[in-house]
Unconditional design. Structure first.
Length: 208
């Protein structure tokens, strides 16, 4: 090759269109972007734990706030006004007609001179003792017992009554112990005054 051709410079346009030029330019641009790009920090275990702790605290706070702010008191259970509640309230019970239990007298009936049923509850009159009828021990007791039973039925059916609590709620047979009152007067006391009952003295005494 002649010396004049070897020393002749290569035109700039030919250099820019050469593959080597494009590869070097691309490498320079990539180096600049990599150098100027912000470095990403790797999450450390301590950082992860801190984030989880904060998220848990916020979640608990929101849940607790919703729970206490939006909580409603549980609805009180419906209470059925059972007859036993009325008996224990010592409030006057409405007047009603009493039958005789031994002849199918229903929910309100008289067993004998000191025991009766009312509103499905069995009541033992607490302040008296009357002759036995189931069974009587003698003819006199049978006659007095029948009279006391009829008289108690008439007294109970005559109007409203109040059942006052005695010294204990029930006897050993599960009967409610109550003093039967009307207008503040004991119906048992009326039977005592008429000779059909005795005041209760803590135990039974024979009628024969």
């Amino acid at each position: 090759m002649p010396a004049s051709l070897a020393q002749r410079p290569v035109p700039e346009s030919r250099v820019r269109h050469s593959p080597e030029f494009h590869r070097e330019a691309a490498a320079r641009r990539h180096a600049v972007r990599w150098r100027d790009a912000p470095r990403r920090r790797r999450a450390t275990p301590q950082g992860v734990l801190a984030v989880l702790a904060i998220a848990g605290a916020l979640g608990f706070g929101w849940t607790s706030a919703d729970r206490f702010a939006g909580a409603r008191p549980a609805a009180a259970p419906a209470v059925d006004a059972a007859p036993a509640l009325a008996l224990d309230a010592e409030a006057p019970l409405p007047a009603r007609a009493f039958g005789l239990c031994h002849s199918g007298g229903g929910r309100d009936c008289v067993v004998d001179g000191d025991t009766f049923w009312i509103d499905g509850e069995k009541i033992r009159i607490a302040d008296i003792d009357t002759p036995e009828t189931h069974p009587p021990r003698c003819a006199l007791e049978a006659e007095l017992g029948a009279q006391a039973t009829r008289r108690l039925r008439a007294l109970l059916s005559a109007g409203p009554i109040t059942l006052a609590m005695a010294d204990r709620d029930t006897d050993r047979y599960g009967r409610k112990l109550r003093v039967v009152l009307r207008g503040g007067e004991s119906l048992g006391g009326m039977l005592v005054a008429e000779g059909l009952a005795r005041p209760w003295e803590g135990r039974r005494r024979p009628w024969c």
